[in-house]
Design a binder for this molecule. Structure first.
Ligand code: PHE
Length: 343
């Protein structure tokens, strides 16, 4: 009996000093202590040789030892990932992995891509320009000299340290950059982010997205402008779309026009998106001002052109019925997930 207790104490120490080290060692440990011919089993077999008056005491010690051996095993097993044990295989490496959730395009990206695609079919290629612009490309070259009243309409963010620099207020700055380095024929669209110092609300944001379009060549007419934009909205919104052009003013186009389409939300019966008029303005456009062509050394007697600029959020709003501009930049996955699979 005394000997047995000493033996158990020695095993206790052995278990206490055993360092868990991999699945194989774990299994060896299990066989040694907990297996059918293992130490615990053998000690229980000794029970019959223990004198009756010691059986209770021995039984307690033995049970505690068994619990210790098992606890050690469980603890070790939980640290040994993929352990191959008699409980069954740990990891089946032939199983396919957990599927990753599908990502989605942001609705602004979706609409931008559609715009690029539609104009691409008409031969327009994509140009991009910097978001931090200088005064010349954003204003002056576009026939908006200093103190021009139209500058006030744009709520510009100026860059404090560099009075000549600003965050572009429209993608028309890219027109200027392209005409500066390229001569006609020019047929480009310029999607990108623009900034205006507006209080953020459902209807206004301090940044949003536009797509500019520019076509300069010989004999480009207002009829070309109308037909190109009509084609665009039919492709974007469906053949049943109705358009109307209203005379407008932009310093860099003459004549200028804004284009409305019949409201896609209420179908024309009146809602708060179309302010109960049945029409929604989607873009500004016009014939490139001769002064602007001259600014870039393009002969206005030989070449004419048209330009247009549209807000991507507005197209998105009409297409996907998003009524609050703030949703586009909040990155709420519940909003973004709704565009999974949209094209
Ligand atoms: N840049 C104008 C705006 O931001 C849109 C426009 C572009 C108008 C090109 C005419 C021609 O409102």
């Amino acid at each position: 009996m005394e000997q047995l207790l000493q033996q158990i104490e020695a095993y206790r120490q052995e278990i206490g000093s055993t360092q868990p080290d991999g699945a194989e060692a774990l299994e060896a440990y299990r066989i040694k202590f907990l297996g059918t011919k293992g130490i615990v089993k053998n000690l229980f077999a000794e029970m019959k040789n223990v004198p009756v008056d010691k059986k209770k005491e021995f039984g307690q010690v033995l049970n505690e030892f068994k619990q210790l051996a098992e606890a050690k095993y469980e603890e070790w097993k939980s640290h040994t990932s993929g352990a191959q044990t008699s409980d069954g295989p740990g990891i089946d490496l032939s199983l396919p992995g957990d599927p990753l959730p599908l990502g989605t395009h942001h609705p602004i990206t979706l609409v931008r891509n559609q715009i690029v695609h539609i104009f691409g079919r008409l031969g327009f290629s994509v140009e991009e320009g910097p978001e931090i612009e200088d005064d010349w490309h954003n204003f002056t070259a576009l026939n908006l000299p200093e103190n021009h009243p139209a500058r006030d309409m744009q709520d510009t963010f100026y860059i404090h340290q560099k009075p000549d620099w600003l965050l572009r207020t429209h993608t028309s700055s890219v027109q200027a950059r392209v005409m500066e380095r390229q001569k006609p024929p020019i047929r480009i669209i310029c999607p990108g982010r623009v900034y205006r110092n507006e209080t953020i609300s459902a209807r206004a944001h301090c940044f949003f997205h536009q797509t500019e379009g520019l076509y300069v060549d010989e004999n480009v007419s207002f009829a070309d402008l109308k037909q190109t934009l009509y084609f665009f909205v039919q492709e974007m919104f469906g053949k049943d779309v109705k358009v109307r052009f209203r005379p407008s003013y932009f310093p860099f186009t003459e004549p200028s026009a804004e284009m409305d389409i019949n409201c896609r939300i209420c179908g024309g019966s009146g809602c708060n998106v179309c302010k109960h008029t049945g029409w929604v303005e989607i873009l500004g456009s016009g014939m490139v001002h001769p002064k602007m062509l001259e600014n870039f050394g393009i002969d206005p007697n030989k070449y004419t052109g048209f330009a247009f600029g549209m807000g991507i959020e507005r197209i998105c709003q009409l297409k996907y019925r998003v009524n609050d501009l703030r949703l586009y930049s909040q990155n709420d996955v519940r909003f973004l997930r709704q565009f999974t699979g949209a094209v």
